[in-house]
Design a binder for this molecule. Structure first.
Ligand SMILES: C[S@@+](CC[C@H](N)C(=O)[O-])C[C@H]1O[C@@H](n2cnc3c(N)ncnc32)[C@H](O)[C@@H]1O
Length: 251
């Protein structure tokens, strides 16, 4: 610091701090494999989820392949496709490019929230939506063409990737997968859509298959939909914590 600046700082009684030259990406957990590190780096621009949720998904894919759990991989709420890219790249890594991938989204962003949709601290989703001008925030707008291109970049056979456009309340069950689901990932944030997805898709998960919930800790409505759905089951399911919001259930 130059002497005149030092004098000014003393006179004004302020502190001068140096900003870091750039924001560093979060450190990766030490237990990740080289393949997982490569997948995480590759999908970074295309997903909103945390590294822990990406790794949980990659390992669930590896598990269903190793354990021979039959069926497709389904994601509801895909935004730019990053999580479905993790699934596709993990399938390729596991040597299984035979499974169908179903991607359900409006491909026009979030549907309207209801009063049930609040963050864990009580902020109304409708208020957040009103304040959000961008495409990558809570509105989560991404086009079908963008998602198709991102999925094609993984090298997973395009004939196995099925994008189903429209609100899930309209496309499911009419365009639900015909066969069993090995892995279901729910990420549409709101109470109504999460309740609808669970009602129609959880019964399609094969025994030993995996359900991943992205929004359980962050969105109160999604948590309520999950709690209400599982409260009606005679057996208790363990909702294994992935991070503050992600949960994983083995059927
Ligand atoms: C939080 S983003 C998904 C993030 C994504 N899974 C990722 O890996 O980054 C939520 C997505 O859900 C979609 N969505 C919200 N409500 C929906 C509904 N009722 N039906 C279909 N898609 C919906 C939005 O268009 C948006 O792409």
């Amino acid at each position: 610091m130059t002497s005149w600046l030092r004098r000014l700082v003393r006179t004004l009684g302020v502190d001068v701090v140096r900003f870091p030259p750039r924001v560093l990406p979060p450190a990766l957990p030490p237990d990740l494999t080289a393949a997982e590190r490569a997948i995480i780096a590759r999908v970074a621009p295309f997903t909103m989820t945390s590294i822990e949720r990406q790794v949980a998904l990659a390992r669930a894919v590896e598990h269903i392949v190793r354990a021979g759990i039959p069926g497709s991989i389904v994601e509801c709420g895909v935004w730019r496709g990053g999580s479905s890219m993790v699934a596709a790249l993990s399938l390729i890594e596991a040597g299984d490019a035979t499974r169908d991938l179903f991607l359900y989204d409006t491909f026009e962003g979030m549907t309207a929230p209801t009063a049930a949709d609040r963050t864990y601290d009580g902020t109304l989703a409708s208020d957040l939506m009103a304040r959000d001008a961008g495409a990558s925030g809570v509105r989560a707008i991404a086009s079908l063409a963008d998602v198709r291109a991102n999925m094609a970049s993984t090298g997973y056979p395009a004939s196995r990737v099925h994008c189903v456009a429209g609100p899930v309340e309209q496309t499911i069950p009419g365009q639900a997968p015909a066969g069993p689901i090995a892995l279901l990932r729910l990420d549409t944030d709101w109470y109504e859509s999460t309740a609808h997805e669970l009602a129609y898709l959880f019964p399609l998960i094969a025994p030993g298959g995996v359900l991943i919930l992205d929004d359980y800790g962050h969105w109160d409505g999604a948590r309520r939909a999950v709690d209400e759905y599982f409260a009606a089951w005679p057996t208790r399911h363990l909702l294994q914590r992935i991070d503050y919001t992600g949960r994983l259930v083995v059927k």
